[in-house]
Design a protein. Structure first.
Length: 281
């Protein structure tokens, strides 16, 4: 392809190499489902648009040495896929992201690149130890999810880069998980607080625990004190080991139109207990 002429306003490449060359040649806005891009565009999109939905590698869920979820995989595809019980939380989140129309169009990569503190996908992915695969004309690189998300609407994407996939390591596919979300109503709502918990149980005791909270900090966070307290606990005693201090120590909520910081702190404790109870059930 000759990039010596004017860059078009819209492109839908069919290969990753073509997409990478286009990204290197101009200041493109990446489009997948558009459920965040279009509402935020106002009267019109600024700059040329690169549509990644034509890239097969971006639109598949592939297993083997972990799990690779293409960045353009829709929430409906995730919700309906046959996945290990460790991904129950991600599938539960997928069923609560907007209405059916949003779930059909919205994508996991778009949800992450939008970098909202209330992004429902982030706590389940943190509990899985997920990372992201980023591609550009210079090659590809991987980052842990917690290093990719830098703050509200801020990511570690470099100029010319696009997210290709979410990558879940083999270790993250063990155990069971659950997702609990609190909002003003059950669906079509931005979270006041949300929790994902993944536990691995052996002989009646917790041998691994990963717990993450969203909407209570600039980015969703894991709860290391809770995870440590759960190590070795019997299934019957595990919930009793969750203390308000251990949950709230990692959080930094704010007051906004949906809830006060104090309410979010209190709600997070209850949601952690509920998510763990479901994952352990």
């Amino acid at each position: 392809m000759n990039f010596g002429f004017a860059v078009p306003d819209y492109a839908r490449p069919s290969t990753v190499d073509e997409a990478s060359r286009l990204m290197a040649a101009g200041d493109w806005r990446v489009l997948a489902g558009g459920t965040d891009l279009y509402p935020g565009a106002g009267s019109g999109l600024a700059g040329p648009v690169l549509d990644v939905t034509g890239l097969p590698e971006f639109s598949r869920i592939v297993s083997g040495q972990g799990l690779r979820i293409g960045a353009a995989v829709s929430w409906t595809s995730i919700a309906e896929a046959r996945l290990p019980p460790a991904l129950n939380a991600l599938q539960q989140a997928a069923r609560q992201i907007g209405g059916r129309q949003v779930q059909n169009a919205g994508t996991i990569g778009g949800n992450l690149c939008n970098a909202s503190p209330a992004a429902d996908s982030v706590p389940p992915l943190l509990a899985l130890g997920a990372g992201v695969e980023l591609v550009s004309a210079k090659g590809s690189r991987r980052l842990p999810l917690q290093e990719f998300l830098l703050g509200p609407r801020r990511t570690a994407l470099l100029p010319g880069e696009v997210m290709a996939a979410v990558v879940i390591p083999e270790a993250g596919l063990s155990g069971r998980s659950a997702f609990v979300k609190l909002g003003a109503r059950l669906h079509l709502v931005i979270s006041i607080a949300m929790v994902a918990a993944r536990v691995v149980v052996d002989k009646g005791r917790v041998v691994e625990a990963a717990v993450a909270v969203g909407s209570c900090s600039p980015v969703a966070v894991r709860l290391p004190l809770v995870e440590t307290a759960l190590q070795g606990a019997s299934v019957a005693d595990a919930i009793g080991r969750v203390t308000p201090h251990d949950v709230q120590a990692a959080l930094s909520p704010i007051d906004d139109v949906r809830a006060t910081a104090a309410y979010r702190r209190a709600a997070a404790v209850e949601l952690v207990r509920r998510a763990l109870a479901e994952a352990l059930a």
